[in-house]
Design a protein around this ligand. Structure first.
Ligand SMILES: [Fe+2]
Ligand SMILES: [Fe+2]
Length: 284
């Protein structure tokens, strides 16, 4: 069994310090085997903000994997953005590895950097052919019982109530690779909204059952009509539970919880509980 915490969009530089402390306390209570951080660690890619994010990571007593988000690239500092490496501060303060990987006997987790420094298009993300090749390289030879996760900052699945939402560019190129090598779960953030579902409900060309979980912003005040939240994912093959931990105003509490069971190649939803604290409860 593995317990994973999926946190996203921390946005140091624009955080609520009480929520940061609440997040650390809740993580301590759950003692995850691995923390997966899907980008936007800082608000404006300034050195001081990266230092704050670094200090947070230093306080995490658990292994973690992290990828950058669009906010981790400088927007206004043109020299840093186009002449120097746009990930310079990220690499210095957060991680030099932009494609982190964890593999053990039960799970394999691969992070891909979808943040791009593109003129007029900096907030959108893209996946490229080399990254798609990396998905194949990492997962192709793993045994079928290993639970396989890919995480990115930009999403592969839109919110159920906003199907027009822009997804990570070139996602259609990546879908066949995700299917072929048996990826079970995609994790992402960027939209500051918590939802989950099956990839094939939107991408009808996908025949394989691939689950998707999006995390809200864990700690920032940049809310989209939802409370701060993060995901606790428990993998005990053939079962998976996905629990949204939602900020109640004082602590993180139990939000929606979904239980899935794998039957052959299909993930079947067993139960969905709306929880005590829906992510939309506490904000306006
Ligand atoms: Fe964000
Ligand atoms: Fe973002």
């Amino acid at each position: 069994m593995r317990t994973l915490a999926h946190i996203s969009d921390l946005h140091f530089g624009r955080i609520d310090p009480r929520v940061v402390e609440g997040l650390l306390a809740d993580l301590m209570a759950h003692r995850p085997d691995l923390v997966i951080i899907s980008g936007d660690l800082v608000q404006r890619a300034r050195r001081s903000m990266f230092r704050e994010a670094r200090a947070f990571l230093e306080r995490l007593p658990f292994p973690y994997l992290v990828v950058p988000g669009n906010h981790d690239i400088p927007v206004f500092n043109v020299v840093r953005r186009f002449l120097l490496d746009p990930f310079r501060y990220y690499k210095r303060y957060i991680s030099r590895d932009l494609s982190p990987l964890h593999v053990d006997s039960e799970i394999a987790v691969l992070g891909l950097n979808t943040a791009r420094s593109v003129i007029l298009d900096f907030s959108h993300g893209r996946i490229n052919r080399a990254q798609i090749a990396r998905i194949r390289e990492v997962f192709d030879d793993l045994p079928p019982h290993v639970f396989k996760i890919v995480f990115t900052h930009h999403p592969f699945l839109p919110p159920p109530d906003a199907p027009w939402t822009r997804l990570v560019d070139r996602h259609k190129l990546a879908l066949p690779a995700l299917e072929a090598c048996g990826v079970d779960l995609l994790l992402a953030g960027h939209l500051h909204r918590a939802y989950s579902g099956e990839l094939a409900t939107f991408h009808t060309q996908v025949a394989r059952s691939i689950l998707v979980a999006q995390a809200s912003t864990a700690t920032s005040t940049r809310l989209r009509n939802e409370a701060n939240a993060y995901n606790i994912i428990t993998v005990a093959m053939p079962e998976l539970t996905l629990e949204v931990r939602s900020w109640t105003g004082e602590a993180f509490g139990r939000g929606p919880l979904s239980t899935y069971r794998k039957d052959g190649h299909r993930w079947l939803l067993q139960e969905r509980d709306i929880g005590e604290f829906a992510p939309t409860d506490t904000t306006a």
